[in-house]
Design a protein around this ligand. Structure first.
Ligand code: IPT
Length: 974
């Protein structure tokens, strides 16, 4: 056997035999035959061992297996290889354009007949919407050609080869090709025909291609439509009375398309051979005086980066999942998507047009792995690759050019710099001057219309906003966007609110796109969800692939709740007048007529009254003070000294495409009166007997001072605790070694603190009766270190309630913030019903607290857990006034002075720390309750900036107290 090396799939050319790219549309009156479904399939471990005889007519594939198309074969059976995850590095030796001999090769065969009504006249094309990473195609034994460019469409002309019955389509797919060097996105490597395959009839006189130009003139409210088509035809938009020839412009009064008001006009392009439905959205995108405008107005991107992902199907997404993404985005106040880092399935863009989302459409291009090689050999800087780059740019632009939602083209991601990118930019501008160009990798901004960065710190964004940043003059005149920020890996991202303030302060800072939309955790029988390394990959990047605002099953994570609150398009905040609320319409275009407003009044978290609130229909950007009614003081929650709060909500007045009437869009709370601190608890005398100290409802070990039962509830191990299972953001990244707190905390030994008991005594509190205070003095410190936290526990009681006052004094030189500061105690596992008055319903940390609203919340201990794919610190509830844990009979109530954070789980923080997957978390015999005075912020350090200084203070003297009671129980007999 002779091997021909290099083969077609290792050559830099984009393909052979493929038709020029054209606009994609879901339907027309031309016949179409989807070829999705079950195909015959054979997998070979190498490309050259698999012979090509299967493509010949009459080949007998009866002993082959089957595969579902569209799909990735590695997700379809044990013996089909496995997914592999790397972020930056290529999982093969870098020797472009050559690829390894071990090149999994999937041969696909599909027989099909033409439907009886398939027209005889005309031609036909065979369209592949996405094949990873390349394909060679035969029909009825005739080779059609081959292509690369995984997330781009490719068509072959097949009219003359088709026959009515017994067509055989043969497709050979290699996992690796020269194209793989251009597709080094941070995601799973997943080969296969993962998007649809369709046979399309091309009637005589049908368009080869058409381009819908639809601009909007905000000065006079008109839109100009011109549909350019390569065959003559007519363009009609009945609603606008438009009926013109192709190529002819027509200007009429219209409602503009925006992401907030996605007005589409149904039209039709009619040619001799085909009628194609159009959905026309009129809008004009520009940079004016350094500001990105649409229809003459500045827009603010509340964006996310969206990879295509499904936990069972990888990048093969069904229509319902795409719609789910769009609905979830709209419901969480997302208004923009960057299609990181490739053009999505085109049906997704149809949804963006319909529902209203601004889109940065990004080309299927990333060569990040060359960065590790000092960018030596980078294809974007090597003229031999330029045709492949231009092909990719053209396939994106031609396919997606008729979507109003697409307002920027992006050259790709993380490719460094090179002439090839310039060539792409020139070609795109030439073809479509109506949109702006984005590419983050070129700091000179030579080829772009926006200055784009990823993970810039708050300080730097502030500097850019003030136009105080140094840089090329041309860049200074551009609008600024963060194409990636707020790394949503695990718990987080923190610091969103501080970014939003910058975006709202500086005209130039036009928002950003959170990294990223969804965790790419693949369903796994043991682990729950798999991440890098779980398939035995030689090189991998672990759970860096799980960094989304949604869990893999599309359940929103707390990060998404936080984002929704931070970017809410209506702000409901304090007014100058205490009896009013300030309402600000933060939208860019729409007024408030789609919303209705309500007020409610809470006393100690219980609603005592509520009603509608009349808010003027404010235009975009306007704000007003709106009077609140008289507070309903005498409702059911009437308590003379209770804590009082107004809650104001904005909700959808009517059903929309993406959420029903009543869906909450924004909310605000206005404190009316402050919380009163818990009543003191002292007076009872401690009694020492039989090695025990009894103080009111508390029983303590007389030797150690450790509480044994509180209010009749047995408890274990109450003591100071500073550890938390490091979050991904605590673990930080190599870029900021001083902020890799997970590691630094561990090196310091904060997870193995020793507690030395220095004194246990029964004392007199000044001014109180003798023997009313149990004092336990300790020194809490890690082995091998000379830093410590001197900790005093002071217990008092009034006979019914038991108060613990903790004071902490750091000793020695602390150079690190503490993960947290509080006490942890173990309770019987039966106490798993939780009620609290404080921030909720979800978790919150110092810099992820915007979505927490003050109220009365309840749930089980299990409900309190946030199931991060890689287990880590989670579930803390903020601003807790009191929390009760009960089992229907027994209840333990803890009141804080001041308010505190609590967390409760069925495993220790040590077990949480040790777990690598959800499946590792096994309930133990206790509920571990954490009562925290302080928490370190979350930040975005797993890829971006860490915790802002105000959220990560160094240890300082601290004092805090908790009062324990057993509601409904008689004081323990003493
Ligand atoms: C940035 C990538 O663009 C993105 O794909 C993803 O990998 C993200 O980081 C981290 O999850 S690149 C990084 C060097 C900033």
């Amino acid at each position: 056997m002779r091997l021909s090396t290099p083969s077609w799939y290792e050559d830099v050319s984009p393909g052979r035999g493929v038709l020029p790219p054209r606009a994609w549309y879901a339907r027309s009156d031309a016949a179409a035959l989807p070829l999705d479904g079950t195909w015959r399939f054979r997998l070979s471990p190498t490309a050259d061992h698999a012979d090509e005889s299967f493509a010949a007519e009459g080949y007998d594939a009866r002993d082959w297996g089957e595969v579902t198309v569209p799909g990735h074969w590695v997700l379809q059976g044990e013996d089909r290889g496995a997914p592999a995850y790397t972020n930056v590095v290529y999982p093969f030796p870098v020797d472009p354009p050559r690829v390894p001999t071990e090149n999994p090769t999937g041969d696909h065969l599909r027989r099909f007949d033409l439907p009886d009504d398939w027209p005889e006249a005309g031609g036909a094309v065979l369209r592949f919407d996405g094949v990873d990473s390349c394909a060679r195609v035969w029909l009825n034994g005739r080779e059609l050609g081959e292509f690369k460019g995984s997330r781009l469409p490719h068509e072959f002309s097949v009219g003359r080869i088709l026959r009515p019955r017994g067509n055989v389509l043969a497709v050979r797919v290699h996992q690796w090709s020269s194209g793989s060097y251009l597709e080094d996105q941070d995601q799973w490597w997943l080969p296969g025909i993962f998007r649809g395959v369709t046979l399309l009839h091309r009637p005589e006189g049908a368009p080869g291609d058409f381009f819908v130009h639809a601009s909007y003139d905000h000065a006079d409210g008109t839109g100009t439509l011109r549909v350019v088509c390569d065959v003559p035809g007519r363009v009609t938009v009945p609603e606008l009375g438009v009926d013109v020839a192709t190529g002819e412009p027509v200007t009429v009064p219209v409602e503009a398309w925006t992401a907030e008001t996605p007005r589409l006009y149904a039209g039709e392009l009619a040619t001799a051979g085909e009628r194609i439905p159009l959905r026309v959205g009129f809008r004009t995108v520009r940079v004016e005086n350094g500001v990105l405008t649409v229809n003459g107005r500045r827009v603010l991107f509340r964006g996310v980066n969206r990879h295509e992902f499904h936990p069972d199907h990888g990048r093969c997404l069904d229509p319902a999942t795409m719609r789910r993404d769009v609905e979830l985005m709209k419901r969480h106040n997302v208004n923009a998507v960057r299609t990181s880092h490739y053009p999505p399935h085109p049906a997704f863009l149809d949804l963006c047009d319909e529902y209203g989302l601004w889109v940065i459409d990004e080309c299927d291009l990333e060569t990040h792995g060359f960065q590790r090689l000092g960018w030596r050999g980078n294809p974007v800087d090597d003229a031999r690759w330029t045709p492949a780059l231009l092909d990719r740019a053209a396939r994106m632009v031609e396919r997606d050019k008729n979507h109003p939602s697409v307002i920027l083209w992006s050259l790709g991601n993380e490719c460094g710099t090179g002439a090839g990118l310039g060539a792409m930019a020139d070609a795109i501008r030439e073809r479509d001057p109506s949109r702006l160009l984005h590419y983050e990798g070129d700091r000179s901004c030579e080829h772009t219309d926006v200055y784009s960065r990823m993970y810039a710190s708050h300080d730097e964004v502030d500097e850019i906003g003030r136009r105080a940043d140094e840089g090329p003059a041309a860049r200074g005149a551009l609008p600024f966007v963060l194409c990636e920020y707020a790394h949503a890996m695990g718990n987080g991202p923190g610091g969103l609110a501080a970014y939003q303030r910058l975006f709202e302060t500086y005209e130039r800072c036009q928002g950003g796109f959170v990294w990223e939309w969804i965790d790419h955790g693949l369903t796994h029988p043991v682990h729950g969800y798999a991440y890098g390394g779980d398939f035995g990959e030689e090189l991998h990047d672990g759970n860096f692939v799980c960094d989304g605002l949604l869990f893999p099953d599309r359940t929103p994570s707390p990060g998404l709740a936080e984002f929704k609150k931070v970017v809410e398009p209506v702000r409901l905040g304090a007014a100058r007048d205490a009896g009013a609320v300030r309402v600000t319409n933060l939208r860019d275009f729409a007024d408030l007529s789609d919303l209705s407003f309500t007020w409610s009044f809470q006393v100690d978290g219980e609603t005592t009254g509520s009603g509608p609130l009349k808010v003027p229909v404010l235009a975009a950007g306007e704000s007003a003070e709106v009077d609140l009614p008289e507070p309903p003081e005498h409702g059911p929650g009437h308590r003379p000294a209770g804590e009082r709060t107004w809650t104001v909500r904005a909700e959808l007045a009517r059903d929309t495409r993406w959420a029903p009437a009543g869906h909450e869009v924004a909310w605000g709370q206005l404190p009316v009166s402050a919380r009163r601190p818990p009543a003191p608890a002292h007076g009872a005398r401690a009694v020492v007997r039989d090695g025990r100290i009894v103080l009111g409802p508390g029983v303590f070990d007389a030797r150690t001072g450790a509480p044994l039962t509180l209010c009749g509830v047995p408890l274990a191990g109450l003591r100071l605790d500073v550890w938390r299972a490091p979050t991904d953001n605590d673990n930080g990244s190599a870029r900021r070694p001083d902020e890799r707190f997970g590691r630094l905390w561990r090196e310091l030994g904060l997870h193995r603190m020793r507690h030395r008991i220095d004194a246990v005594s029964v004392d007199r509190t000044p001014g109180e009766a003798a023997g009313d205070t149990l004092t336990v003095l300790t020194r809490v410190a890690p082995a091998a270190r000379d830093v410590a936290l001197r900790t005093a526990y002071r217990w008092t009681s009034d006979g019914t309630r038991l108060r613990l006052a903790v004071s902490v004094t750091p000793e020695g030189e602390w150079r690190l913030p503490l993960p947290r500061l509080g006490v942890t105690l173990g309770l019987p596992a039966t106490l798993d019903e939780v009620v609290w008055f404080g921030g909720g319903p979800g978790e919150a940390y110092p810099d992820t607290r915007e979505a927490a609203r003050l109220g009365r919340w309840h749930g089980t201990v299990d409900d309190l857990q946030t199931p991060y794919v890689r287990p880590q610190e989670n579930g803390a509830r903020i601003d807790t006034r009191w929390v009760e844990l009960g089992d229907g009979t027994d209840r333990l109530r803890v009141e804080g002075d001041p308010a505190f954070w609590f967390a409760a789980r069925r495993w220790t923080d040590a077990a949480l720390d040790a777990a690598t997957h959800r499946g590792d978390l096994v309930p133990g015999g206790s509920v571990w309750l954490r009562l925290d005075h302080a928490q370190q912020g979350i930040g975005s350090g797993s890829c971006g900036p860490g915790v802002l200084p105000e959220f990560g203070p160094l240890p300082a003297p601290a004092a805090f107290a908790f009062t324990f009671t057993a509601p409904g129980r008689e004081p323990a007999a003493s």
